[in-house]
Design a protein around this ligand. Sequence first.
Ligand SMILES: [Zn+2]
Length: 251
Amino acid sequence: MASHETEAVVLKIFDHGESDKIITFFTSDFGKITAIAKGAKRSKKRFVGKLELFNHLQILIADNKFSSLFRVDEAELLNPFPPLRMDYERFVCSTLASELILNWTADHDQDENLFHLLTWTYGQLTKNAPKPTLLLFQLHLLTLLGFHLHLSSCSQCGAEVSISRNFSFFSPKNGVVCSTCFSLQEGQSANIPLSLGTIRLLEKARQLTIDKWPRLHFSKQSLKESIALFQSHNAFLLQRDILSWRELHSL
Ligand SMILES: [Zn+2]
């Protein structure tokens, strides 16, 4: 067995047997990994308060050539982000960010940019408006994964986004289409109507670095439209529903 030290966040955790815990981490050096913490349910010292959802840790792990399961030997708490557990809306948004990483990343696929985006987002979710923060996280996640949303003109005819036409988001095109082009699509899948304000806001957000996010303001309408857009686009791209989007809709 070889030991490795890495930064990690806790994405998922469950009890295993009498005394162990199984944890899915997103790590800076190994991407998403699953590890067993032996004796973690009983240990009063070694892991207490550390192996909890959203915690940002420094961990010492050992790999095993006979199994994909790592073993956690030590964990040091770097940031517990307490407000994420004390406010329901922050909790739902943080859970959704974790679920998006769980669904969008493959095991052992290292990506330091994604790791930085996730830890930075948890930090922002402790103090800034949760829904806009989560939506901006989602937008940048898609960009980092190679899905650059097409938002400045109709993805079909190229007509510039303006007040003179209605636009909606159309997942098969990974961008907006005008109402004329949408009516010509065969076997129409769901389209998400977007106001001009929402399209312009998302396009601006796409171009900003994450440190400029707090300057952006989402109206109630933009929040509602963006949540509908990302819920639907994730379901289209992943071919499965992420349940926390529904919870976010109802808040
Ligand atoms: Zn068009």
